[in-house]
Design a binder for this molecule. Structure first.
Ligand code: HDE
Length: 704
């Protein structure tokens, strides 16, 4: 094995050359403050290893004189600081990453040679980054947006990146349209807003002129794009890929991630308010879950099908605006992913991780999906600009964990210990340099390609409405209402009437009733004409698996309960609710007017986890309000307390109350329903807390 085939050489290169730096200088170089026994610290040095005597004052000619150019310590520190940022991702800039592992539970040996999919029980390390698409790196966590779902598997046969989304289809059929789509959804270029929002003219103008996006429009207007937690979203590889077995036969495959906690979304009004209460809501949720040992987990499943089967589908599986209903090709669960470690450093790992759909391993191959084909180019290109060098694969988060090596040389920031006379292949001068391996090396599927060259869209890609209709009709009545209301909300932000009308015209192909609801919600004076459809709309079999509500798990695992208390609250009632919720798997937080806590009826102090003004009920799945008579009276004059209960009620959450809690609800003008439960009946509360009170919705807001 050549020297450069050593595992993870970016980390070890200096040591392999025999010039091992001391542990202290390594720590100093990494910027870490190292506490030595006895309270001494290791030396703070420049990047050249020179110890600093003063890190607070720059070098000046005299105490009130000019700063001297010769101050290399100041210059080095400021120069490095000036270059701390790299360009953010053009899309998916805002993201949250974590380490974990993949464990195979069922072998696909019959279909593939890829070891990660054949060795049952084997654990493969991975790094997963979940992101929003439209907003910048500092934008909020809870806009209405698709979530990116990117997994880098460090397999024994090289890195495999599955770079997907939480929606199984995409807006466009051809990569050449991507820059236009993204320009349309991003901040409008003349004014620099709105940030992280699709509710504006340019997005809907582009969409209304792009009928192929209608299926995706149904998904983005559904509650899938306002998830409750990143731990409660599905992930999809979107495109068809191929698996190749040892006989060289290939089978098509779609990849799916299924969250162990089930699906759950927020209510739109809730998502909007969370954005203000905690812009880092999803990142914090993931961080806290991992820190608490409640590791986010997903099942990994595949849909496998042959070319013959694909020929019989009423759609083209190579069209990324189409999904394969699981009622047509069932999902086969083959493994699980667990995220169990937060990165040590956000920049080094989450920011520098470079995913690329082109990173695949022997036994897996691409399909001819034209969107996928374009992506194979884009990611490396973008990484060259973000990370600045073709050696970005040497950054530890990107480096394979299996031996790797070739005769590529040099380039910016080369870290590998490249040595020897030979940097070419074939060669006869170096017995140890890496060679190609016909038996084990990567091979593409042997497929015949024939046809006429040209800028041609396949006929089989012409149907833009049938699966949009199937998706809408497969939803529950509540979910259909949310889709209609989301469309009304978004189009109400569009200033141009002709764009609103054009969108309603498309909706008429999807479902006339939906179009009518949206037209009424926009107060259009007449029904717009539907545009000509390129292919007739087919009636597809309904697919209940496309719902969210149907996939919500009846559990408190992974969910959060907020208990609002004040001076005089009954400690015994608080404890009963707290224990019942904790036993059911929920995280419990106490909220009081002051963070130091409240003096309970028995005179003891109970510390709070959050101050009322900064901890609104939108941060919880369900709430309890435990108050004395005086406590209720005091809180009746606090708008934060009134908002706390009004929002919990409006967001369809179960509420446990004692007598004082009930009094606060009365002040807030809330008419208790079956979701308002007496705190003494903890079992009833826990049962109600496991779901949202969907039937309440009609009494709290007008939906389209
Ligand atoms: Fe991406 N996409 N994309 N995309 N994408 C990027 O790569 C691109 C598409 C997805 O956490 C960029 O490193 C093109 C579909 C995720 O770091 C960029 C096209 C799907 C992430 C890029 C698509 C995705 C990206 C920006 C149309 C779901 C974040 C920074 C042909 C299957 C990965 C970067 C992370 C990131 C290009 C369409 C998912 C610019 C040209 C479809 C999850 O290269």
């Amino acid at each position: 094995m050549s020297k450069e085939m050593k595992k993870d050489y970016s980390e070890k290169s200096t040591r392999e050359k025999g010039s091992a730096p001391s542990a202290d200088s390594q720590l100093a170089a990494s910027g870490e403050l190292h506490q030595i026994a006895g309270g001494e610290h290791s030396a703070l040095t420049t990047n050249q290893g020179v110890a600093l005597s003063d890190n607070q004052n720059s070098l000046r000619a005299h105490p009130s004189g000019p700063t001297l150019l010769e101050d290399f310590i100041l210059r080095e520190k400021i120069t490095h600081f000036d270059h701390e940022r790299i360009p953010e991702r053009i899309v998916h800039a805002r993201g949250t990453g974590a380490h974990g592992f993949f464990e195979l539970t069922a072998s696909l040996k019959q279909y593939t040679t890829a070891r990660i999919l054949t060795e049952v029980g084997e654990k493969t390390p991975l790094f997963t980054r979940i992101s929003t698409v439209a907003g910048g790196a500092g934008s909020i966590d809870t806009p209405r947006d698709v979530r990116g779902f990117a997994v880098k598997f460090y397999t024994k046969e090289g890195n495999w990146d599955l770079v997907g989304n939480n929606v199984p289809v995409f807006f466009i059929q051809d990569a050449i349209k991507f820059p236009d789509l993204i320009h349309a959804v991003k901040m409008e270029p003349d004014r620099g807003f709105p940030q992280a929002a699709s509710a504006h003219d340019t997005f809907w103008d582009y969409i209304s002129l792009t009928p192929e996006s209608m299926h995706m429009v149904m998904w983005i207007m559904s509650d899938r794009t306002i998830p409750r937690s990143l731990r409660m979203i599905e992930g999809f590889g979107v495109h068809s890929f191929r698996l190749i077995n040892d006989a060289g036969e290939s089978t098509f495959v779609k990849f799916h991630w299924r969250p162990k906690l089930g699906l759950q979304s927020t209510i739109w009004d809730e998502a909007v308010k969370i954005a203000g209460a905690d812009p880092d809501f999803h990142r914090r949720d993931m961080f806290e879950a991992i820190a608490a040992g409640s590791f986010p987990e997903w099942e990994f499943a595949v849909q496998l099908f042959t070319q013959d089967e694909a020929d019989k589908f009423p759609f083209d599986h190579l069209d990324p605006t189409k999904l394969i209903p699981e009622e047509l090709v069932p999902l086969k669960v083959i493994g699980r992913m667990v995220l169990d470690r937060w990165p040590d450093n956000f920049f080094a790992e989450t920011e520098q991780v470079a995913y690329c759909p082109g990173n695949i391993v022997p036994g897996i191959d691409f399909s001819n999906d034209p969107l996928l084909q374009g992506r194979l180019f884009s990611y490396i290109d973008t990484q060259l600009s973000r990370l600045g060098s073709p050696n970005f694969h040497q950054i530890p988060i990107n480096a394979p964990k299996c031996p790797f090596g070739n005769l590529q040389r040099d380039g910016h920031m080369q870290m590998a210990p490249q040595s020897g006379r030979v940097a070419y292949e074939p060669n006869s001068l170096s017995a140890n340099s890496p060679r190609e391996n016909p038996a084990k090396g990567f091979r593409s599927a042997a497929v015949t390609e024939t046809g006429v060259k040209g800028r041609i869209r396949a006929e089989s890609f012409a149907d833009h409405y049938s699966q949009a209709r199937q998706f809408y009709l497969s939803q529950s009545a509540y979910e259909q209402a949310h889709i209609a209301s989301a469309l009304v909300f978004e189009l109400s932000k569009v200033e141009h009437l002709h764009v609103r009308e054009a969108m309603v015209g498309h909706l008429r192909h999807i479902e006339e009733d939906l179009a009518k609801r949206v037209a009424a919600g926009l107060a259009l004076d007449k029904m717009p004409v539907a545009p000509p459809a390129a292919a007739p709309v087919q009636e597809m079999k309904l697919s209940p698996a496309l719902q969210i509500i149907g996939k919500m798990k009846n559990t408190l695992m992974g969910r959060a309960i907020g208990i609002l208390i004040a001076d005089g609250s009954d400690g015994a009632v608080i404890n009963t609710i707290k224990k019942a919720a904790t036993d059911a798997g929920a995280a419990v937080k106490i909220i009081a007017p002051k963070v130091g806590g409240a003096k309970l009826a028995d005179g003891s102090m109970l510390a709070a986890d959050g101050q009322l003004a900064g901890t609104p009920s939108v941060l919880f799945d369900t709430v309890a309000v435990i108050l004395s008579g005086e406590g209720a009276q005091a809180l009746s004059k606090e708008s934060a307390a009134i908002d706390f209960v009004r929002d919990a009620f409006g967001h369809l959450k179960a509420i446990a109350v004692d007598k004082g809690g009930r009094a606060l609800l009365k002040t807030a003008n809330i008419e208790p329903d079956a979701g308002v439960v007496d705190a003494s009946d903890k079992d009833a509360f826990i049962t109600m807390a496991k779901t949202r009170q969907w039937d309440r919705e009609k009494s709290v807001r007008t939906l389209a």
